[in-house]
Design a protein around this ligand. Structure first.
Ligand code: G4P
Length: 498
């Protein structure tokens, strides 16, 4: 076990992500939290991180933003005796996969809902990931200063659409133009309007009291009302979070469960941010520390490479500044400068052969053949594709029929990202060929004979992923459901982690 001073450091940590549909107010809320932490001093400082969602395929704009966004990848600050790490998630839906992976590195999440719009698609999808991982969530009903849906309807909608029980912790005094303040339900104002009186009777009759255990299990979401823009209801959320959100939780590795208080350091890579300086192909690999303490200039074991490595310039992210750190604790994220040694899912330890689980690849939704458009640069193209895949930009499959490379993504934008980066970082040119495909799924069976028959019959639809696993590329929903019907002993997985 770690010495108690180090254990205290870990207990002080609150590492979470803010998730929402674009425009619900995630950036504004993040900024207000940073203001409370004294991490920034003016509103507007976080804005520059934002990938403008209006420009759905304005890739140049995104490239510009990417340089800035590394600074806001993790926002650390101290507040009320605690150390807060907010992990940023990209707002653009074409980068949903990045967000999914970031969610594997947090101990809890805040879901921001626009009170005029209610629960929107992106929030629903992200919440599915939280549910899958049983991540404790808090809900912030934002924009109460606008005319919006009735608070009770909003909570009904959240329960139904997000599949989680809700209970309010604060309540709004008015809504729209009449919105003035919020109050904690366990500290009600003495003077109440008739409307508020009715609301409170209803709340007392319908909603359970906040149950911390149920929240920590991921069964119950405490709900807050407010306006990030007007800074109303934000401090209540932050104070409650510091008090109730979990400190770093145990993490499941293939071999065993790793406890944060173990004295030996372990961490996994959940994100790689490439090419901050276009003149050097440098990356930062983001590692979430799962246990113990990380020290600068100390040798750690890179499990996949079976190699000892040490880091002279690890960074942490205080406020919006990247700073070199000498030590970091379970719950923190350290950025390690990388020249191609790491890929997503890599594990670093103090010597133990550990493999962290739970970094799934999701079945992509768009597919294209990728071909070389410059015969002189074949090697560079291969290298570029491999490194971009290691970074998690998209997924690569190789057709078992003809050996052609297929790139699978969750959004159109990734194809542009890949093409642009291949050209600018690897001086390689690619060409896309359309491929009509519905889904890629990983197949598995105890019945070897049936699996063999399936692979032979479906040879033209079989591909191999980067780990060498068999993937069935169904070209339509119908074909997939027929295959599921005809081959009862085969399981079709829609994430690579099973
Ligand atoms: P996002 O990161 O989730 O995409 O949302 P963001 O914070 O950028 O907020 C989206 C828009 O909603 C912004 O307006 C922001 O000012 C506004 N907003 C956020 N919180 C509130 C709130 O509590 N009340 C009201 N009325 N508006 C809110 P914008 O016009 O797109 O940008 P800006 O010109 O204000 O910067």
């Amino acid at each position: 076990m770690l010495p108690s001073s180090d254990q205290n450091e870990i207990l002080k940590r609150r590492t979470f992500a803010i998730i929402s549909h674009p425009d619900a107010g995630k950036t504004t809320l993040t900024e207000k939290l940073l203001l409370y932490g004294g991490a920034i001093h003016v509103a507007g400082a976080v804005k520059s991180n934002k990938i403008r969602k209006t420009a759905t395929s304005d890739w140049m704009e995104i490239e510009k933003q990417r340089g800035i966004s590394v600074a806001t990848s993790v926002m650390g600050f101290d507040y009320a005796g605690h150390h807060i790490n907010i992990l940023d998630t990209p707002g653009h839906q074409d980068f949903a996969e990045d967000t999914f992976r970031t969610l594997t590195a947090v101990d809890s999440a805040i879901v921001v809902i626009d009170s005029a719009k209610g629960v929107e698609t992106q929030t629903r999808r992200l919440m599915e990931v939280c549910r899958m991982r049983k991540t404790p969530v808090m809900v912030f009903m934002n924009k109460m200063d606008r005319e919006g849906k009735d608070p009770f309807d909003l909570m009904d909608e959240a329960e139904k659409e997000l599949g989680i029980h809700c209970t309010p912790v604060t309540w709004a005094n008015g809504q729209g133009l009449k919105f003035e303040s919020v109050f904690a339900l366990d500290n009600r104002p003495a003077e109440l309007s008739e409307k508020l009186q009715e609301d409170l009777e209803m709340i007392d009759g319908v909603y359970p009291e906040f149950d911390k255990e149920a929240y920590l299990r991921g069964d119950l979401a405490p709900v807050f009302f407010g306006s990030a823009y007007k800074t109303i209801g934000v401090q209540e959320l932050l104070d409650f979070l510091v008090e109730n959100a979990p400190s770093p939780l145990p993490v499941t590795a293939e071999e065993r469960i790793v406890e944060p208080m173990e004295d030996k350091f372990t961490a996994f890579c959940f994100k790689i941010h490439a090419n901050m300086d276009p003149n050097h192909r440098s990356c930062i690999a983001f590692f979430k520390i799962c246990s113990g303490k990380f020290l600068r200039n100390t040798y750690y074991y890179h499990v996949r490479k079976d190699q000892q490595m040490r880091f002279a310039a690890p960074t942490c992210f205080m406020a919006q500044k990247k700073e070199t750190v000498d030590e970091a604790f379970a719950g923190d994220v350290v950025g390690l400068p990388d020249t191609g040694n790491f890929k997503i899912g890599d594990t670093l330890t103090a010597g133990e052969k550990l493999h962290f689980k739970g970094l799934p690849s999701f079945s992509p939704e768009m597919f294209k053949y990728i071909d070389n458009a410059d015969p002189m640069r074949q090697k560079q193209l291969e290298k570029g594709i491999n490194q971009l895949m290691d970074e998690g930009v998209a997924q690569l499959f190789v057709s078992q029929l003809n050996g052609r490379k297929i790139i699978g993504t969750v959004g159109q934008l990734q194809f542009e990202v890949i093409q642009y980066r291949l050209e600018h970082e690897y001086q390689a040119k690619c060409r896309w060929q359309p491929l009509q495909m519905y889904k890629a799924c990983w197949i598995e069976s105890d019945d070897d004979a049936e699996l063999d028959t399936f692979k032979k019959r479906k040879a033209q639809y079989m591909a191999t992923d980067k780990e060498g696993r068999d993937v069935f590329m169904a070209d339509s929903a119908y074909v997939l459901s027929m295959a599921q019907q005809d081959y009862k002993h085969i399981t079709f997985h829609f994430t690579s982690e099973f």
